[in-house]
Design a protein around this ligand. Structure first.
Ligand SMILES: Cc1ncc(COP(=O)(O)O)c(C=O)c1O
Ligand SMILES: [Zn+2]
Length: 421
């Protein structure tokens, strides 16, 4: 790491800059690297994965903003499987569909990637209390990883966050503030409180190291595909940090000479929370794909979707996501909540992977792409399954009905619907 560059106005900061956002315009910062200097190390690091079987994301240390460390991270974050999904893809004629299963991270979502890197950073600067605003997953992730590292986590969530996510955070011993308001209210309060009390604020997008953690997902996909670049990666999007991270991961690989192109990064949002999709469409409708980024304003919406993880009024990493979509030539997909919920059992029944609503949205989006004839049957498509269905059972239950209630006898089974089909 050799410094920071503002996503908006491009002002640069040195590596020892202590703030999180651009002092010139308030925009989010992108961590920069001296790619020429680290290219050999990076290539050797990727080769090493195969040699020594280490599977967590810290094997990519040369491309992460972390100091050298002796002790391994206490939990395994990253190194998640990429599964071919022929039966799911076959439902709509896709021959090369893959699912990146990030539900198997320690706290059961992709958020652990950001948490691991930001917490390493927090330890580097001697922080003891770490804070985050969250729709639920970033909070339970921070609580989980902080517990493993012996740090104290303070979590701000909207009070209607799913019970499982709150219960996770409380079990891990975090202080959890259920804010009477939206995620955006929780975000602003976390920012103010962290300033006031000197906590290390890991909030998504605002903290530049979250993107650095999430980008490792791209590296892993590349490795799992036998060092091939997919045609597209379909990413569930709220704040836009996951999408901008995955885009950055591919840009990193290109910068160190390991790949010669970047896949299309497709953005999936609920049509009831689609600030980033709308902004991209507005810019494209104006005939621009490479606008002056310092002038681009990301739309805000009033969000209200069943996919709580991607329910965001004002995306906190919106500009970086808009750039990633435009520069990679990705699609913008707005899917209705019914289609998001219907996608959950479809994925589960054909792959054995249980996704929360946000994490099922990419499959709903892929169906839309096929319906709109925007995708070729042979394209290599990766859907990111970013969080486990166990995190939001109440909403998933609406789509799968109830178990068959019977008396404890074989005769009772004989009388049930399964024999009437
Ligand atoms: C399961 C899941 N999927 C997708 C996302 C979207 O990430 P972002 O808000 O960075 O766009 C989140 C964020 O909370 C999430 O928890
Ligand atoms: Zn700036």
């Amino acid at each position: 790491m050799n410094g920071y560059r503002c996503i908006g106005c491009a002002a640069t900061q040195a590596a020892d800059f202590a703030g999180f956002v651009c002092p010139a315009c308030g925009g989010n910062l992108d961590v920069t690297y001296d790619y020429a200097a680290i290219a050999d190390k990076v290539a050797a690091g990727f080769a090493k994965v195969v040699d020594d079987g280490r599977s967590d994301l810290f094997r990519y240390a040369p491309l992460l903003p972390v100091r050298a460390f002796d002790t391994p991270f206490p939990l395994r974050v990253g190194g998640t499987p990429l599964y071919a999904a022929p039966r799911l893809g076959g439902l709509i004629g896709l021959r090369n569909l893959y699912l990146k299963d990030d539900t198997v991270n320690p706290s059961a979502s992709t958020k652990d990637r950001a948490g691991a890197v930001t917490l390493r950073r927090a330890i580097d600067i001697g922080a003891e209390v770490v804070s985050v605003a969250s729709t639920g997953n970033a909070g339970s992730s921070l609580a989980c990883l902080a517990a493993a590292l012996g740090l104290h986590a303070v979590v701000f969530v909207p009070e209607d966050a799913p019970a499982a996510k709150l219960t996770q955070s409380l079990s891990f011993g975090a202080t959890v503030f259920a804010v009477r308001g939206s995620y955006d209210d929780a975000f602003d309060l976390c920012l103010a409180a962290s300033d006031e009390f000197g906590w290390f604020n890991r909030s998504t997008g605002y903290n530049p190291f979250t993107r650095e953690g999430k980008k490792t997902c791209a590296y892993e996909i590349w490795e799992s595909l036998g060092r091939r670049v997919p045609d597209r990666i379909v990413v569930p999007t709220g704040d836009g940090n996951l999408l901008s991270g995955i885009w950055k991961g591919w840009c990193d690989l290109q910068a160190v000479g390991l790949v010669d192109r970047v896949p299309k990064i497709d953005c999936v949002q609920s049509d009831a929370s689609a600030a980033i999709c709308r902004t991209v469409r507005r810019i494209r409708n104006n005939g621009k794909s490479n606008p002056d980024w310092s002038t681009v304003v990301v739309d805000a919406v009033r969000a209200g979707t069943v996919a709580d993880s991607i329910s965001v009024d004002q995306p906190r990493d919106g500009l970086a996501a808009v750039r990633g979509i435009l520069e990679s030539g990705g699609e913008t997909l707005m899917v209705p909540d019914e289609e998001i919920l219907a996608a959950i059992p479809e994925i589960a029944r054909t792959t054995g992977i249980f996704a929360e609503p946000a994490a099922a949205a990419p499959w709903a989006a892929v169906k839309q792409l096929v319906h709109d004839e925007k995708i070729d049957a042979d394209e290599l498509v990766v859907c990111l399954v970013s969080g486990s269905g166990l995190k939001d059972v109440a909403n998933v239950q609406k789509t799968v009905g109830s178990p068959l209630s019977i008396d404890p006898s074989v005769e009772a089974i004989r009388k049930t619907a399964i024999f009437k089909r």
